[in-house]
Design a protein around this ligand. Structure first.
Ligand code: AMP
Ligand code: GLY
Length: 429
């Protein structure tokens, strides 16, 4: 089967790595891909939001399955676009409809959805530009800290946690009146702050049935000990020791089941991945957010643990056959360390040649923000440059294997956190 995968990050390299190992994949194309995916698939120089060109590629290359990696094309409606075209009207796609993608594309929509289906989440209120005074009054009586969220997609920057009422009021005005996040902050969600420890849960669904994939913990802050600015993610581990059987049972019954049933009841077509960002608050799960795709770098720690045929899973999602799918998960532990360009998530230099090991053992190296320099060498291009996953029988062993590989990779001003997984090694309930 010919497969087209959209995206260019570490998540997509991990998808491509897994897909290319499957006996049912005859040809894999990645658009636009990166130098890592180029080694195992054919990259095609088309961006993920150029729907017309993607349509042409699907027709020309006889694509039989499309897998959408990032959220942007989903929120912009790629699935509806392709299904409205004659030659791709029945193309199997892993990725939700535009309505389904609203679970990530609009925080207000996702909060209303949770409320409608009794899914535990922080209490909230939403305000638009004509309700500024109402919003300011609401903030005055709100307990601290106050969480402000731009309604729309804001490249992971749209959440502000305000420690004072003054800060909340001025940020609120900046978002609504000065359009700090452009159209994304034309509505602002004001939310109760949840305290606890976060975990990412991934659910594959065809809109009716579901399979829960291995959970992961993401390390979002740039600095060790979870200090400093938020990033796209500096590392991940899977499994997560505090997400034990009892907790995951609560997640399934209180969150996963009503989410999938809610989609079905509301006739929202959703074939793809629901990524549930959860807070474990004293053993009780609360939804922080939904995403409508896999996480990055969580994917790099989760996919190596799937031992059943990955293309089989993707096909069963797209063909509404998950009910008959047998998902097999390895008990092994994975630790993913992301190496970034020094300066990220603020400004950073690009174009430095990267030294990479020719082979790795007990792990795998994924490209994220790399490109090929003038003389064909791999250089850093993005903030998050490579993601290294190490595996082993326990967390410590997987960390050792990841960091052993990391030590073989270097470029000018490279940075990474040395403490991924460290907080969980001695975790006891
Ligand atoms: P998001 O962009 O929704 O992933 O939010 C970014 C981060 O902000 C989350 O991963 C949490 O760490 C934090 N966050 C979001 N909402 C809340 C909340 N209600 N309470 C506490 N932390 C939150
Ligand atoms: N690692 C968080 C995300 O993918 O949104």
């Amino acid at each position: 089967m010919n497969i087209l995968l959209l995206g260019s990050g570490g998540r997509e390299h991990a998808f491509a790595w897994k897909i290319s190992q499957s006996p049912s994949c005859s040809k894999l194309f990645v658009a636009p891909g990166n130098p890592g995916t180029a080694k195992i698939a054919q990259n095609i120089g088309v961006t993920v939001t150029d729907f017309e060109s993607i349509y042409q590629v699907i027709v020309e290359k006889d694509i039989e399955l499309l897998v959408v990696g990032p959220e942007e094309p989903l929120v912009k409606g790629i699935v509806d676009f392709l299904h409205s075209r004659p030659k791709t009207a029945s193309l199997p796609i892993v990725g939700p409809s535009q309505k389904g993608a609203l679970l990530e594309g609009s925080k207000d929509f996702s909060k209303q959805f949770m409320l409608r289906h009794g899914i535990p989440t922080a209490s909230y209120a939403t305000f638009n530009a004509s309700q500024v005074q109402e919003g300011l009054d609401y903030l005055e009586n709100h307990s601290l800290p106050i969480v402000l969220k731009a309604d729309g997609l804001a490249a992971g920057k749209g959440v502000l946690i305000c420690q004072s009422h003054e800060e909340a009021a001025s940020s609120f005005k900046e978002m609504l009146v000065d359009a700090k996040f452009g159209e994304a902050s034309s509505k602002v969600v004001v939310e109760e702050f949840l305290t606890g420890i976060e975990v990412s849960v991934f659910v594959a669904t065809d809109g009716k049935s579901y399979k829960i994939l291995p959970e992961a913990k993401d390390y979002k802050r740039i600095g060790e000990g979870d200090q400093g600015l938020n990033t796209g993610g500096m590392g991940a581990v899977s499994p997560v020791p505090f997400a034990d059987k009892i907790f995951m049972e609560k997640v399934e019954q209180r969150i996963v089941v009503p989410t999938i049933q809610g989609l079905e009841k509301e006739k929202i077509s959703f074939k793809g991945f629901v990524f549930i960002g959860l807070m474990n608050k004293g053993g009780e799960p609360y939804v922080i957010e939904y995403n409508v795709r896999m996480g990055d770098p969580e994917t790099e720690a989760v996919l190596p643990r799937i031992t059943s045929d990955f293309v089989g899973l993707l096909k069963d999602i797209a063909h509404s056959n998950l009910v008959n799918h047998r998902l097999e998960i390895s008990p092994m532990h994975c630790t993913t360390v992301v190496m970034v360009s020094g300066g990220y998530p603020e400004s950073y230099e690009k174009g430095h040649a990267i030294t990479l090991p020719s082979e790795v053992s007990q792990g795998v190296l994924f490209h994220a923000g790399t490109s090929l320099g003038n003389s064909g060498q791999v250089v850093n291009q993005g903030g998050r440059v490579v993601a290294i996953t190490g595996w082993g029988d326990n967390l410590q062993e997987s960390m050792n294997n990841a960091y052993r590989i990391v030590e073989k990779i270097s470029w000018e001003n490279a940075y990474f956190r040395r403490d991924i997984g460290k907080d969980l090694v001695s975790f006891r309930k």
